[in-house]
Design a protein around this ligand. Structure first.
Ligand SMILES: [Zn+2]
Length: 288
């Protein structure tokens, strides 16, 4: 398991913030996301939902909307990769913000689609659906958006394969697929609901960013040599990771803003100092 530097309790959170006295002052890179990409592609994502919104009552039509959203996401990321490699900090941060929007949009569509669905397809069809489902990593309760997209893609593959083989009636296959996708998007949305779970989900995401980064020189993966929290003059806080390439040893440091901790700190919250857990390799389950 990844060790969460942000503790489960508010007291722990503030305590971990106050380990700042020991934090080095070295500069770290904060992400420069591709704002033009996000603006264009988020709007295109919204348009797909808007165009399909009147047909979401039909499972097969709703499945088609989900399909269009995921194809759009795939194409957009190919385009992004040409501007900004998806193995760089800026590329990954841009992808994650886009994926968050895709998952939120998909969730809106799916919530409408499954709202009127009160009948359950027969057990035998559910079994056939599970058998047709490609293997995907477990989501856990605080998934990163790209993991939710992976689950949604897998459930589309399962539905398409059952429909193509005429094993299950198309509306039933669509219903089963929509339900699994909705479970995935709902898990994501729930983790974003309150600031504390959101802060923990963000820490999981940070770990997954490190796992997806590759050294530009040799494609090597990075290991975390140190992680610390940093307080800025305006009272805002951020989480910094110092990384080394496992191939050539090149050093890189990346910085993530901590929204909840910043709010608590700026509100003047103060607690007794505690030690923050030391940086470890992030969880294998977060690997892309
Ligand atoms: Zn390297």
């Amino acid at each position: 398991m990844i060790q969460l530097p942000v503790r489960a309790s508010t007291a722990g959170l503030v305590a971990s913030i106050l380990v700042l006295a020991a934090a080095p002052t070295a500069r770290a890179d904060t992400a420069k996301v591709d704002k033009a990409f996000l603006e264009t592609q988020n709007a295109a994502t919204d348009s797909i939902l808007q165009a399909g919104s009147s047909s979401l009552g039909s499972p097969t039509a709703a499945l088609e909307v989900a399909h269009r959203l995921l194809v759009h996401r795939e194409n957009a990321l190919v385009a992004l990769g040409k501007r900004l490699p998806l193995t760089t900090f800026n590329g990954i941060e841009t992808q994650d913000r886009f994926d968050r929007h895709v998952v939120e949009t998909l969730h809106k569509a799916l919530t409408t689609a499954v709202a009127g669905d009160t009948t359950l397809p027969p057990q035998s069809e559910a079994v056939a659906f599970n058998q047709a489902l490609p293997m995907v990593p477990a989501l856990g309760d605080k998934p990163v958006a790209f993991m939710v997209v992976g689950m949604a893609e897998a459930s589309l593959v399962a539905a398409d394969s059952l429909i193509a083989r005429r094993e299950v009636p198309a509306p039933d296959a669509a219903e089963l697929s929509l339900r699994l996708m909705h479970y995935a998007t709902n898990t994501y949305m729930q983790a974003q609901e309150d600031p504390l779970t959101q802060a923990k989900a963000e820490t999981m995401r940070e770990g997954s960013v490190v796992l997806r980064m590759r050294c530009p020189k040799d494609g090597g993966i990075y290991k975390v040599v140190q992680e610390k929290n940093k307080i800025h003059e305006n009272g805002s806080l951020s989480h910094i990771y110092w990384l080394n390439c496992t191939e050539c040893g090149a050093a890189q440091s990346i910085e993530f803003p901590m929204k909840l901790a910043t709010r608590l700190n700026q509100a003047g919250a103060r607690q007794i100092l505690e030690k923050t857990p030391k940086g470890k390799q992030p969880d294998d389950g977060l690997k892309p």
